[in-house]
Design a protein around this ligand. Structure first.
Ligand code: GLS
Length: 838
């Protein structure tokens, strides 16, 4: 803009300032203009959905404004930036979050009311982009919110899938998967960057030639596709910092459709083009376990290659030495899915820019850091060497080269160790299996300067078990960064009642950017008015969920019952089956009671939500079992409102925002040592639910902060698990056996389908369902007893909620910035002429 001259800039700013002031009429004009000119609707058929789109577009205008300023300032200040690479971003809906972060929710509500729409109804018009499976993808989105809020120069990089995680329908108790074509309607938030595209190559071979005594490699690929950028502005809370989430979409390229066109095979050529588009078409629906499919490896390389090109282009905007790269760029690998960016960066430095190997390696090592998100051995990604070689021959060579140097060092270090070759075999990037495989976690550990787990317990397991040899070899590399969640979405957007209480009693909104502040309200724990407001907020959330359940599932649930909720991906290690067994146990107990005794029992509504990976048969059976239990219990006239069992269909970010604030009790019951962190545990406790859980993942740190007396903790501890596993064929005990027998005899659904669930527990109960069952039912009884004392329950619930400061993702991101990225924040000034002409 400087070239256009001061006077023009001033004029432009004047015009723009008018367009983005926060007057009600300005907001209204912008919306109406979008209805007429962007959507080409008239004001006479201005329906709810077009009002949503127009309002969203008007918000996007504001975001683009601060986004542009932010990007200009990042470039001008030339500070180090972090790039958060993740194959999943579970964004959730954007409108309310954007308005809250911009501080415009009330203004928009007023402005819309006058044109005939309620803001809250518009929120429901938005599709919920499900570009992730579960915790890992949602964490990435919480991190972006915190990065923006804390004024860090950061970008997210990922994939713009056409189809997000499938929509789950429950038909006759079974999960049915429906494609989620979330782009059927326009996506009002993204900005297509047809000017930002890169070529991505696959396949072919590597040619070698000697130049000045050095062997040079030249990759001659035989496939090419194009990556095109879609930018999604991510506003911080109470700041002008607006960062970018850049998602890549694959497209065919016109450059060369290779032989096909020349040979006159028109349809073959079109097929090649469609194959290109196919790369980013669908998110793999597996959580915590790799799918091992060729298309998945293509997705990974596609997004890594585009991202590295984009980062290097930005770095080279100024003339610099390559050694400066780690001073300007930090790349965080969210699990091993983006690991191919390591050999890709090395390839670019060595093959394209001619750096010598050691020099390139030293740079690369300082740029990357890696987060591990799971200890389950079957979850560690491996790619067959054969596939790698076919798709990415040069990258395989580079991985072998990294391994060659590394193995040399390991060999020297353990030269005198009788187990030297075992150790080398264990640490090698290549698994000498049949077929041979590339171990992606080993690649990440060796090539990154920092490796972290996501909760204290998990990080310790990485050091002592999963990656013990690596820890011995690189003791300083290993760190812990306990996960967190953003209080903007998970309290402010989801729980109006609680947010109002915080703001009222703290006399400010500061808690939203410093969650530790809520702890100061502990002085009100005995204040009756405060207690009553807290109780009312919970009740309203329960009423909201009850309405939702009636609409979605056709089941009426009593709001004076305890809401006992478990929502997360369905997985044997998470033990939804243990929860189901307890439901049956409780049902049998109620049935055996006299009418008078029944009337004294705590009413409970059991709710389970979550998706099963489409190929995960045991998980799908667990869904069916829970639905079958519901069929029996919910229709039993002896039981009535005393107990209800509901399966909440299609669990996703937007339903989580309704479900979580309504919980009294939250089930966090994975076998100790299996759940890396969990993040719903944090969201639930922040919203006043009490944990029924094991000493696993971040539960351990949560109870450390809120007090173990404010949670119901049961089951084997992590140091006991191995010993108990040895005995996992032991009998179930009579009370549990009775439940097993009931399932096997068809009391809850078709035994042909469901017996295998029980049989696997009887024979090889690797997740210790049997051995934890009795301490679980004991704690469940304790929960009932406490619930009968509503005063005590309320105090536990309040104490939990107020002591969750540590679990804001702001704290987590701060730690990453300090300990791993060496990143400084950049304050973005209020938009003004000076910002524009800079
Ligand atoms: C996960 C873990 O299973 C969760 O425990 C963890 O909270 C999350 C974020 O760190 O990552 N790993 C994974 O593959 N999916 C997850 O949700």
């Amino acid at each position: 803009s400087a070239s256009r001259g001061e006077a023009t800039s001033e004029k432009l700013w004047e015009l723009m300032a008018e367009y983005i002031d926060t007057e009600k009429s300005t907001i209204q004009k912008a919306i109406v203009a979008h209805v007429e000119y962007t959507l080409a609707r008239t004001r006479f058929n201005f329906d709810k959905n077009s009002c949503f789109k127009a309002a969203a577009l008007s918000i996007r205008d504001r975001l683009i404004e601060s986004w542009n300023d932010t990007q200009q300032l990042f470039t001008a200040e030339d500070k180090k930036r972090v790039y958060y690479m993740s194959i999943e971003f579970l964004i959730g809906r954007s409108m309310q979050n954007a308005l809250i972060n911009l501080g415009l929710e009330d203004k928009y509500r007023e402005a819309l009311e006058e044109v005939g729409y309620k803001l809250e109804e518009l929120y429901d018009e938005e599709v919920d982009p499900g570009l992730g499976n579960g915790g890992l993808g949602r964490l990435a989105s919480c991190f972006l919110d915190s990065l923006a809020t804390l004024d860090y120069p950061a970008w997210g990089y990922g994939i713009r899938y056409d189809y997000g995680i499938f929509r789950q329908m429950i038909v006759k108790g079974y999960q049915v998967e429906m494609p989620d074509y979330w782009l059927a309607q326009m996506n009002p938030w993204e900005i297509e960057r047809s000017d930002v595209t890169y070529d991505i190559y696959f396949g072919g071979r590597v040619e070698k030639k000697w130049e000045n005594g050095i062997e040079k490699s030249n990759w001659i690929p035989n496939e090419i596709v194009k990556a095109i950028a879609y930018d999604n502005p991510i506003p911080g809370y109470d700041t002008f910092n607006t960062i970018n989430l850049r998602l890549w979409k694959s497209m065919p390229t016109n450059e060369f459709d290779f032989q096909s066109f020349n040979q006159g095979d028109y349809f073959k050529a079109i097929e090649t083009r469609q194959k290109a588009e196919y790369i980013t078409s669908v998110l793999y629906p597996n959580d915590s376990t790799p799918s091992g499919k060729e298309l998945r490896l293509r997705q990974q390389y596609f997004f890594c290659c585009a991202t590295i090109q984009d980062i290097i282009r930005r770095f080279l905007k100024k003339p610099r030495e390559w050694e400066e790269l780690p001073d300007k760029v930090a790349i965080q690998l969210n699990d091993t899915h983006p690991a191919i960016s390591i050999p890709e960066l090395l390839r670019v430095l060595v093959d394209k820019y001619g750096l010598e190997w050691q020099r390139a390696w030293n740079i690369c090592y300082k740029v990357f850091s890696y987060t591990n998100h799971t200890v389950m051995p079957e979850a560690l990604e491996k790619w067959s060497v054969e596939l790698f070689e076919r798709l990415l021959p040069r990258h395989l060579e580079i991985i072998y080269l990294i391994n060659f140097h590394f193995m040399n060092q390991v060999g020297q270090r353990y030269a005198n160790d009788p187990k030297k070759f075992d150790i080398m075999g264990y640490m090698s990037l290549i698994e000498e299996s049949r077929p041979k495989a590339v171990r992606m976690a080993n690649l990440c550990i060796v090539s990154s300067h920092a490796v972290n787990g996501v909760a204290a317990l998990h990080s310790n397991l990485l050091k002592t078990q999963l990656f013990a040899r690596f820890h011995e070899y690189f003791p300083k590399k290993f760190q812990n960064k306990t996960n967190g969640v953003t209080p903007r979405r998970w309290i402010k957007c989801s729980n109006k009642g609680l947010s109002d209480i915080y703001t009222k009693y703290l006399k400010s909104n500061n808690w939203l950017s410093d969650l530790y502040e809520t702890k100061n309200l502990m002085s009100y724990i005995d204040n009756e008015e405060f207690q009553e407001e807290f109780r009312q907020a919970k009740l309203q959330n329960k009423e909201r969920l009850a309405k939702w359940v009636e609409k979605e599932c056709g089941i009426k649930i009593p709001t004076d019952a305890m809401f006992d909720i478990m929502v997360k991906r369905i997985h044997e290690y998470k033990r939804q089956n243990l929860f189901a067994l307890y439901m049956i146990y409780r049902y049998f107990n109620l049935k055996a009671m006299t009418v008078d005794d029944r009337a004294k029992q705590v009413k409970r509504v059991f709710m389970v939500g979550g998706k099963a990976a489409p190929g995960y048969i045991a998980a799908k059976k667990i869904i069916k079992l829970i639905n079958s239990i519901g069929d029996v219990v919910n229709n039993d006239p002896d039981i009535g409102d005393l107990m209800k069992v509901v399966f909440l269909p299609n669990y996703c970010v937007s339903s989580a925002q309704i479900i979580i604030p309504a919980a009294d009790l939250t089930e966090q019951i994975s076998t100790a040592g299996t759940e890396a962190s969990g993040t719903s545990n944090m969201k639930f406790v922040m919203n006043g639910a009490i944990i029924m859980g094991t000493m696993d993942g971040a539960n351990v740190e949560i109870v450390e902060d809120i007090g173990i007396q404010n949670a119901f903790i049961f089951g084997a501890r992590v140091h006991e698990v191995d010993r108990l596993r040895v005995q996992s064929g032991a009998p179930a005990g009579s009370r549990l056996q009775r439940i097993f027998d009931a399932i096997k005899s068809g009391t809850f659904g078709n035994p042909k389908e469901l017996s295998s669930l029980v049989e696997s527990l009887e024979q090889h109960d690797i997740y210790l369902v049997k051995s934890d069952f009795y301490s679980y039912i004991e704690k469940q009884e304790e929960a009932d007893a406490v619930y009968k004392n509503q005063d005590r329950w309320l105090k536990m619930s309040i104490t939990g909620a107020l002591n969750m400061g540590r679990f804001s993702s702001d704290r987590t991101i701060h730690e990453y910035a300090e300990d791993i990225w060496d990143l400084e924040s950049v304050e973005i000034p209020k938009p003004s002429l000076s910002a524009i002409s800079r």
